[in-house]
Design a protein around this ligand. Structure first.
Ligand code: SSA
Ligand code: ZN
Length: 501
């Protein structure tokens, strides 16, 4: 890959008087200031330079080290010192041309990228060349670096193929016979356990499925949270942009957010026309409302753990407070899921117990290990499921639109999956929960430190109650007579079901 910069340093007077000093700087630069911080021979290069009326013209090239925008700022500093001796100042920097050229087998789909003038794909050379529209402040603010990162992520996405998910089997339970092969959502609808809500992918749970959710929750509390010392917290459920900027979600979750907009004012008089319109027409004037609400301040809870970091943001945590183990089950999560009508295994509004733990790397790895052991006990000895675990693209990378696997072999996500018999022998297995080691990502993203100065790590695990229900009922059916003893005794009596005539 190559950075190329053609620019000129504007000077307060004709720089010719300092010609020798400038020539000396240029002659020494490639082995001096333009090599600092780069492996030998991989610093920035001066392709050409010349003096003009009140300016110094420069052409620089570089690879990934000492990038041209950093190189020109280093040169500018030295030249300013040399010119200063002749009472000449450097008044600014004009960019003629700034390009980034990278190897690529494909063109870019979206060519409207901020600060990018043009995107040229060269089929023969198999390269992508981006011409940037940047000035001195963008170069100082690392805009070219972010554009390169964006470019590399896009190319990796395409290279990684359509299935951007990485998947590697870790463990699978014994096969077991499935006596029940219906779609549990269908049977729950027929038995009056639940009803579809008014919203897309939304359900209203009656007493039976609610008792299932609460029994799963009780099992998680009794078998994991209490014995492993997790304390309950309440995380916000309306997520502001700032949280998603720090968590990285602002890079990629726009297609799935349920956005939240406040009213422009709560003054009833401002809304009188809306109310009157409805009272007369019995229609909600959505177009009119759109003119009366503010910009989206963020969206409904999506990943559930990001807002908890607001509690730790900018703090240094005392060593004896670590490891911190908390969980939240205070509200719903919302995702504008893929189209089509799904059963309760894929909904837009769902209920999840989110576990979050943070500490030193060792503490986080040990906590994660203990969690896997407890889940193993629940799925084998209480829910008696057929299930498996797989090492996949970390959830936070997938949600930032990245492909591949995490940087080190410890950081990453383990998906827990189960077959749904009604989908048939080769039916897709359902991810019913996951456990992740997120490395330093969130402590770094939210600037959280440890008293000892060692890097803080964190992990999280999302227990989807719709997914546990879909999996459990798909494999055991709705009749408690066929449920595993260990679960049945925790569930207790089936509650009264409302009968509709
Ligand atoms: N549309 C959905 N419907 C029902 N459950 C869902 C849905 N999306 C996610 N979940 C549940 O939430 C769990 C975690 O979601 S995740 O995106 O994979 N991971 C995260 O968001 C992490 N923060 C851990 O919660 C999933 O394993 C699943 O159990
Ligand atoms: Zn999480």
């Amino acid at each position: 890959m190559e950075f190329y910069l053609n620019c000129s340093l504007k000077t307060s007077a004709d720089p010719a008087v300092a010609k020798d000093a400038i020539a000396k700087i240029m002659a020494e630069a490639e082995t001096g200031i333009l090599a600092k911080g780069a492996p030998v021979g991989e610093g920035a290069k001066i392709k050409s330079w010349s003096l003009g009326d009140n300016k110094i013209n420069l052409e620089l090239t570089s690879g990934k080290n000492v990038r041209v925008h950093d190189a020109v700022l280093r040169l500018r500093k030295q030249i300013a010192e040399a010119l200063g001796k002749s009472k000449i100042g450097v008044r600014g920097l004009d960019v003629e041309k700034f390009t980034i050229t990278v190897p690529s087998h494909h063109d870019l789909k979206n060519k409207s990228i901020p600060y990018v003038k043009s995107v040229l794909f060269d089929e023969k050379a198999q390269t992508l060349c981006l011409e940037l529209d940047v000035g001195e402040s963008e170069m100082k603010n690392q805009v070219p670096d972010r554009i390169l990162t964006l470019l590399e992520d896009k190319i990796e996405q395409v290279e990684y193929g359509a299935k951007a998910e990485h998947w590697h089997l870790l463990w699978e339970s014994e096969d077991r016979p499935f006596h029940y092969v219906n779609d549990p959502t269908e049977d729950m609808l027929k038995s009056g356990w639940l009803k579809r809500g008014a919203g897309r992918g939304q359900w209203i749970h009656g007493s039976a499925s609610t008792k299932l959710f609460r029994t799963f929750e009780k099992i998680v509390v009794d078998e994991i949270l209490t014995p492993l010392g997790y304390n309950e917290m309440i995380f916000p459920k309306m997520i502001m942009w700032d949280i998603w900027k720090h968590s990285g979600h602002a890079k990629g979750i726009y297609p799935e957010i349920y956005y939240v907009c406040p009213p422009k004012t709560r003054d009833p008089a401002y809304w009188e026309d809306v109310m009157d319109y409805y009272k007369v027409t019995r229609e909600v004037p959505v177009e009119l409302i759109k003119t009366k609400i503010g910009d989206p301040i963020g969206g409904m809870c999506y990943a559930q753990c990001p807002p908890c970091w607001g509690f730790f943001q900018g703090e240094t945590i005392a060593k004896d407070s670590l490891p911190i183990r908390v969980f939240d089950r205070s509200g719903t999560s919302h995702r504008y899921e893929s189209g089509g009508i799904h059963g309760i295994e894929r909904v837009d509004e769902f209920h999840r117990i989110e576990l979050v733990w943070l500490g030193t790397k060792e503490q986080v790895v040990e906590t994660t290990q203990k969690l896997h052991e407890r889940y193993m006990h629940i799925f084998n000895d209480i829910l008696d499921l057929k299930w498996r675990k797989a090492w996949v693209t970390p959830w936070f990378m997938a949600q930032e639109g990245l492909a591949g696997i995490a940087a080190d072999e410890v950081t990453g996500t383990t998906d827990y999956e189960a077959p749904l018999p009604y989908r048939g022998k080769d039916g897709e297995w359902l991810e019913f929960q996951n456990v992740s080691i997120n490395g330093e990502k969130y402590p770094e993203g939210f600037n959280v430190k440890c008293q000892t100065g060692e890097p803080l790590w964190s992990g999280c695990s999302g227990v989807g109650l719709e997914r546990w229900t879909a999996t459990f009922l798909a494999q055991h059916g709705l009749d408690p007579e066929n449920w595993p003893e260990e679960f049945k005794k925790r569930f207790g009596e089936m509650p009264k079901i409302v009968k509709f005539m």
